[in-house]
Design a protein around this ligand. Structure first.
Ligand code: G1P
Length: 292
């Protein structure tokens, strides 16, 4: 089955975004910008860089802004073209030509596992990626592509792992197992947001490459932490039947779902822009100098 290229990626975007209210009252949190680009677009660009072009967006209510963003904006393009803003027109066209988007409605917000299950018929019988919009991974080698290579080698589901401080293990899915090499773990335990006795400090980060059999496990998964159907619980079932691999990816991860992480991502991505870098550095110097 790994002979087919990886083309489909499921992006759950049905959350209410309560951590970013009031900004997210009318705007989906996936559309909050990092510098000038919605967080979701960075995720989509990572998918495109990895060759994934079929996006399956799992959406809740009132998320049409996301669909519009990846669609052709005829009026805007025409107006910009009339004003000779060719570069802006090209930038807009690039977004709409990047991917094909299929929207699936998650009718009830029953958690991440349930959101992924909503993609079952859209995915069909092939391996697929899952990318969570809150996790931004900056790096040369797209994180999802790193996982796909490992999937092809081991013929098992692969999830992204990152070491976190002990006091943060209760915020993540945590995996433990035997290291096959410096980066690859044969997972023997995985638990969602352990309140205590975390089996390790290796946290699950929002990138997964999964076999279609995960859907059978999701269908049997009962509500877990927070009363939600957890993807991690279905991964534990997958681990027990077919095995599951963890991969310590290369790249820098930002938690854009958290206010501090979001601000850090804005600063880090702005510093990569030549036109913003000097001004921002000078401003941060002034701020930190003023604090002393
Ligand atoms: C989800 C997953 C969790 C994972 C995390 C990564 O949790 O359930 O296993 O560690 O994403 O960001 P959430 O952050 O959506 O609560």
């Amino acid at each position: 089955m790994s002979q087919t290229p990886l083309t489909k990626v499921v992006i759950p975007a049905a959350g209410l975004g309560t951590r970013f209210l009031p900004a997210t009252k009318a705007l989906p949190k996936e559309m909050l910008p990092i510098v000038d680009t919605p967080t979701l677009q960075y995720i989509v660009e990572e998918a495109v860089a990895a060759g994934l072009k079929d996006l399956i967006l799992i959406q809740g209510r009132g998320k049409s802004a996301i669909e519009d963003h990846f669609d052709v904006a005829f009026e805007l393009e025409t107006t910009l073209a009339a004003r000779n803003k060719t570069k802006d027109v090209e930038a807009l066209r690039r977004i709409s030509s990047m991917v094909s988007v299929l929207s699936v409605r998650q009718k009830v917000p029953l958690g991440l596992g349930h959101a992924v299950l909503c993609a079952k018929s859209a995915v069909g019988n092939e391996p697929f990626g899952v990318m969570l919009g809150d996790d931004m991974v900056d790096g040369e080698d797209p994180c999802i592509l790193q996982l796909w290579r490992v999937f092809q080698k081991h013929q098992k589901g692969v999830i992204a792992l990152m070491e976190v401080p002990a006091e943060e293990t209760s915020m993540y899915g945590i995996a433990a197992g035997d290291m096959l090499d410096e980066r690859t773990m044969n997972i023997t335990r995985i638990v969602e947001k352990p309140k205590k006795d975390a089996p390790s400090r290796m946290a699950v980060i929002g990138r997964y490459v999964l076999p279609p059999s995960i859907f059978e496990h999701l269908e049997k998964t009962e509500r877990g932490v927070g009363g939600e159907i957890q993807l991690t619980d279905a991964l534990a079932r997958l681990m027990a039947t077919e095995g599951l691999i963890g991969y310590r990816f290369t790249g820098t991860r930002y938690d854009a779902g958290d206010k501090l992480g979001y601000l850090k991502a804005n600063i880090a991505y702005a510093l990569k822009r030549p036109e913003l870098r000097d001004g921002l550095m000078a401003f941060m110097g002034e701020l930190t100098g003023a604090k002393k």
